[in-house]
Design a protein around this ligand. Structure first.
Ligand code: FES
Ligand code: FE2
Length: 392
């Protein structure tokens, strides 16, 4: 019995040391910084679908706008002033003041209104002019464009729809476990990609065992490779805006092809429309939850943010390792996405995964005006000749 206890203890110590080694020495592949040629970017953008799909999108984290604060946020090819009144309510309005177009994001908040830095006009959270300091009356027809805003999951979300249609799905009641989890912080990046490339990644089964087949732990990649078993399901009816991708990653000895027992893990990735997805990682080390947000800023320009959570029972070392592993794998994808074009008619073979089914699912997020918005974006960029966008 005593021998067993000692062995158990030594086994635990060895596992802990291995985890610390992995967390400290793991090669975290930093994203390669690429210099983009603006002329080539126009050519690269040409066949991609419209840049601004319809759905809920994160503008920023809730804690980045404190009471009495206003910040500037870029999204959907425009600038927003995002502010929080003394009553805690968030307002999202076009940053350019309707008076003489000063930037409201560089004003201040008074009470529950944002105050323009140029002549002191005040606007409420609905975008209505509430006060002109040197006039008795506020102008009529002063309603700025209305944005539907909500706060969920620690994020300030807006509903973007090219035809201004009301939301037909909600983020309410989802991810309730987050409030009991420990928050590990966020990471932000700007990627020169189209956000649909991320969705297609989940349906592109063939790339997993090619791009994501090695661990990032030094030396381990000489002896071990990762074997992915993947699957994707598309939501229907009321949840047709969701899709669920599962990836079982097993560690396999290169020498004999045998799986290492209890060394792999599961990732379940749920897409909530085009704007964000949630990774649930389950491994022997513990669980981790990652909310990844994608906010399109312009043609082939996307702001991506990661918000990391884990149950309190998962050790910090495990979170650190899992996060680094996930980031490294993601950076391998980004390196490819930032240099690719969009194949309207890809040359597919058996084993490629349901890429065209994914495109069909994703096409629900585009509408007539999305395509128009893309035309305008390209025309403004000096690319007047357009080829039709074929989503089928
Ligand atoms: S430009 Fe905003 S008050 Fe004049
Ligand atoms: Fe990938």
């Amino acid at each position: 019995m005593i021998v067993e206890v000692i062995l158990f203890f030594l086994g635990g110590v060895a596992a802990l040391l291995a985890l610390i080694y992995a967390a400290v020495f793991v090669k975290w592949k930093k994203r390669e910084v690429v210099t983009f040629d603006p002329d080539y970017e126009k050519i690269r953008a040409k066949n991609y679908p419209p840049p601004y799909p319809n759905g809920w999108f994160s503008l920023c984290s809730s804690d980045s706008v404190k009471k009495g604060q206003v910040i500037e946020v870029d999204a959907f090819g425009q600038k927003f002033a995002v502010f929080r009144g003394e009553n805690g309510e968030v307002g999202v309005i076009d940053a350019y003041c309707p008076h003489l177009n000063a930037n409201l994001a560089h004003g201040c908040v008074r009470g529950n209104n944002v105050v323009c830095p140029f002549h002191g006009w005040e606007f409420n959270t609905k975008g209505q002019c509430a006060k002109v300091p040197y006039a008795d009356k506020v102008p009529q027809n002063n309603q700025a464009e209305q944005w539907i805003v909500k706060e969920n999951w620690g994020l300030i979300l807006v509903w973007h729809h090219s035809e201004k249609k009301e939301p037909h799905w909600t983020t309410d009641g989802q991810l309730t476990q987050v409030k009991d989890y420990r928050y590990y912080g966020k990471k932000s990046d700007i990627l020169r990609i189209h956000l649909q490339d991320f969705a297609e990644n989940g349906a592109d089964f063939a790339h997993f065992n090619f791009v994501h087949n090695l661990l990032t732990i030094p030396f381990a990649d000489r002896f071990i490779h990762i074997k992915h078993t993947v699957n994707i399901q598309f939501g229907e009816g009321e949840v047709k805006h969701t899709a669920s991708f599962t990836d079982r990653a097993d560690l396999v000895w290169k020498s004999n092809g045998k799986e290492i027992p209890r060394a792999g893990g599961n990732a379940v990735v749920t897409f909530y429309g085009p704007g964000f997805l949630v990774f649930n990682f389950t491994t022997e080390m513990g669980k981790m939850l990652l909310i990844k947000t994608f906010t399109p800023m312009g043609e082939l320009k996307v702001k991506m943010e990661d918000y990391v959570y884990a149950p309190r029972s998962t050790s910090r070392w495990a979170v650190k390792y899992l996060l680094r592993e996930a980031s490294s794998q993601f950076h391998d994808d980004v390196t490819i996405w930032e240099r690719k074009k969009f194949a309207i008619k890809p040359l597919l073979v058996k084993g490629d995964g349901p890429i065209m089914k994914m495109r069909l699912w994703y096409s629900q997020f585009y509408s007539e005006h999305s395509a128009y918005a893309r035309r305008v974006a390209l025309e403004e960029a000096g690319e007047l000749k357009m080829e039709p966008v074929n989503l089928s």
